[in-house]
Design a protein around this ligand. Structure first.
Ligand code: SAH
Length: 395
């Protein structure tokens, strides 16, 4: 053996060539070990070390053979996203900012409630859909998160609690893909990460406690039921196409009827009956909160087994929309309930740390021109408002 070859064998792979085992789904980890000539039981061993014990150092994975540990240290890594900040709200909501490869940051939020903790996870850096009332959309879009970066958010949250392993008071009992991004625009990575959430050797969450929320990317929703059986939420926000075209622009491509049909087909593919789709409806003052909207929605949703979740709009700078009034909110809810629907109202949590729905903005470079366009529009609006104020002052 020449010294040159010996050098190559001994030198660990550079970081960018290493496989990050954190993001490998059970199926992909099995393939990885098969290629190394290792037995299948390595999959459950390594999954447990990484996801249940929070161990990233192969040396500490003591039930692996010494030679395998050495091999893994050369060619692989377990690298979660880097924790940048950690905020605790007065109401117990906790928000983390993590840095991903390339330096962009994303946020995730944990909402503790009696007996459960719901972690809201991001699927993309920014979002390409540009819903008119969502702060993430206004920031533009950078890229899809890798499966390691998605599951890494769960890993980092548990790591901050030092809460790996089965504990009676687990801080994370539910995961919702309702952070930054549109999960169905990052289909494969989101499915891999959700498979890890549900795997008994990883986080072991039941399919009812993992929820994918979509604004309605119908072709991908049509495929979803073939690969997973997680809970589904659809972001409706309007009871007719005219209004929805304005609030959720992807509606112009895949209108309401198609979305509702596709969601119904998803339910039909699930092995268990009695599952329902959650319909999210963000109530925006004077925009989609009138009694006739509620009546239209009540009628429309007869077509789908569902529960309706009303979300009061959470304002953010330059949003151009207002929160629904208390009266309008309860009137809206009552119309739906009287029509026989199951309705819940999402209470706003984590307002003081900007952790509420639609307020997650992260810190990243927009690779589209959307952020700049929105900012130019705010400036124009401010300029137009300026002379009016001056006239008022002079008068
Ligand atoms: N892209 C996915 C998931 C991310 S958003 C989707 O659209 O479903 C999670 C939920 O929060 C969606 O229903 C979204 O419409 C809602 N939301 C976004 N901005 C909001 C805001 N400012 N106030 C209240 N809800 C908002």
């Amino acid at each position: 053996m020449t010294s040159e070859i010996a050098y190559k064998v001994d030198t660990p792979h550079p970081r960018e060539e290493r496989v990050n085992l954190l993001g490998l789904s059970p199926a992909k980890l099995e393939q990885f070990f098969a290629e190394l000539g290792e037995k299948r039981f390595r999959v459950s061993q390594v999954l447990k070390w990484i996801h249940q014990r929070g161990v990233t150092d192969f040396e500490r994975m003591t039930d692996l053979s010494r030679s395998l540990r050495t091999k893994l240290a050369e060619i692989a890594e377990v690298r979660p996203p880097e924790l940048v900040s950690d905020h605790l709200s007065e109401d117990g909501t906790r928000k983390w900012l993590v840095r991903t490869d390339g330096g962009d940051c994303v946020e995730m939020v944990l909402i503790p409630e009696q007996g459960r903790g719901t972690l809201c996870v991001s699927s993309q850096i920014g979002c390409s859909l540009d819903c008119s009332f969502c702060a993430t959309g206004k920031q533009g879009f950078s890229r899809n998160l890798s499966a390691a970066e998605i599951i890494g958010q769960v890993w980092v949250a548990l790591d901050s609690f030092q809460a790996f392993g089965p504990r009676p008071d687990r801080p994370v009992t539910n995961v919702v893909m309702m952070g930054m991004g549109e999960p169905l625009m990052n289909f494969d990575n989101v499915v891999d990460a959700m498979n890890l959430m549900m795997d008994d050797c990883a986080y072991g969450l039941s399919k009812r406690r993992v929820t994918l929320s979509t604004a309605g990317v119908v072709p991908q929703l049509d495929r979803l039921g073939d690969v997973t059986d997680v809970s589904l939420a659809i972001s409706l926000h309007a009871p007719n196409n005219e209004l929805r075209d304005e609030l959720v622009p992807i509606n112009r491509k895949y209108p309401l009827e198609q979305l509702i049909e596709s969601a119904g087909n998803y339910l039909a593919k699930l092995p268990d009956t009695h599952r329902k789709v959650t319909v999210e409806y963000t109530l925006i003052g004077g925009v989609n909160d009138r009694p006739e909207h509620a009546r239209q929605l009540a009628q429309l949703m007869k077509a789908l087994p569902c529960k309706i979740n009303l979300i009061p709009f959470n304002p953010f700078p330059n949003a151009g929309y207002e929160r629904v009034s208390g009266n309008a909110l309860y009137r809206f809810r009552d119309i739906l309930t009287r029509a026989g629907h199951t309705v819940t109202v999402r209470t706003t949590r984590g307002d003081d740390i900007a952790a509420a729905c639609g307020q997650l903005a992260g810190k990243f470079n927009d690779r589209t021109r959307r952020k700049a366009r929105h900012e130019a529009r705010y400036r124009r609006q401010e300029e137009q408002e300026q002379p009016v104020k001056m006239v008022g002052m002079e008068g």
